[in-house]
Write a protein that binds this ligand. Sequence first.
Ligand SMILES: [Zn+2]
Length: 365
Amino acid sequence: MSRSKRLTRVPILALLAVLPLLATSCDSEGPAAPGPGSDDCPPGQWEADSYGYRTWRHDCEPYVSDHFTVYSDGSSTAAKDTLARLAEGVFSELAAEFLIASEAELGFTPGYTYYIYAQKNMTPTVAEGYRHGLLIAAIDSRERPTQRYPIWYRYLMRHELMHVFQFSLIDCPGNGEWPHWLDIWFSEGQAVVVGGRYTRPTLQQFRTWFSDSTHIIPVRIQRRPDFPDVDRMGEYYQMFALTYAYLVDTTHGHGASVADLRNLFQYMKDGDTFHDAFQRALGISVSSLEANYLNIMEEYLATQNGAKLTTPAPATRALPSRLPTATLELKLETRGASLHPRPLEPHSGATHVTRASAPPLDPPS
Ligand SMILES: [Zn+2]
């Protein structure tokens, strides 16, 4: 890292840097944060990154740290500071995990910043990652996330910042402009695993889940409309995570290294589609993974703790007849209403835009 990790407490220079933005945006209705539909978006920032389903008004007090500018609808300076520190810490973690030697690899140039919009009074709050930043609940929102569910909140930060890193490493021109974006099974699988919320299913759970004839091979879900049932996205997110975990498991899985993953991103940055880059970098095609998915995963899940179990792997989708609905163990919590991302249906005309969002889960109570 070439930059100091020291956080700057609302530096005057940083405020001056955004002054033109604020001077034109502070009106009686409250300013609009750099975001969809506002005329005051910094060039190349944020405005292309959202659907426009909300107006992200801010309080004219953006808080600046090394890599982030935190906007909010009224979160206190102290809460913004806490959030920025958490984000900086996660930034450093992910940079180390993905062998990022310089911020230039993420597209940082002087003056560039990731944005965070911290929602204090908005409900429901959402957690989403975008090309240049992320949305997340403010520390001092009514949810009090770092007090009530700190582990979950940290997961959300890692998940969404992983998405931002994906966008940066690919240098995706927007949020999912075809063909410059990852398949959703990969982008979300990676974010769940890196975020730290993947739980490896047992072979029996895996079989039970696929015994439901409405469930499809996760690798077929490449864009939002591919979900057969948006109400069961949480289950699919775990299947995406299983798929990603298999790919990067160097002991019993496919064995992709971090260098392979970096190559995947680089190939896409150089112009490859995801499928071309995936095959070049990981040595397996997406179509092959899809065609052999059940066999691959059956074999993978039959291998535990370094020892092959004797459970024979069915060769086809003719898996055990419908089993008791034990799939709840794969289904993540859906209680309550807070921290739900908004409904997943893309907005009209948004078929070429994908959001990267957290799974539709609630924090553990
Ligand atoms: Zn996500």
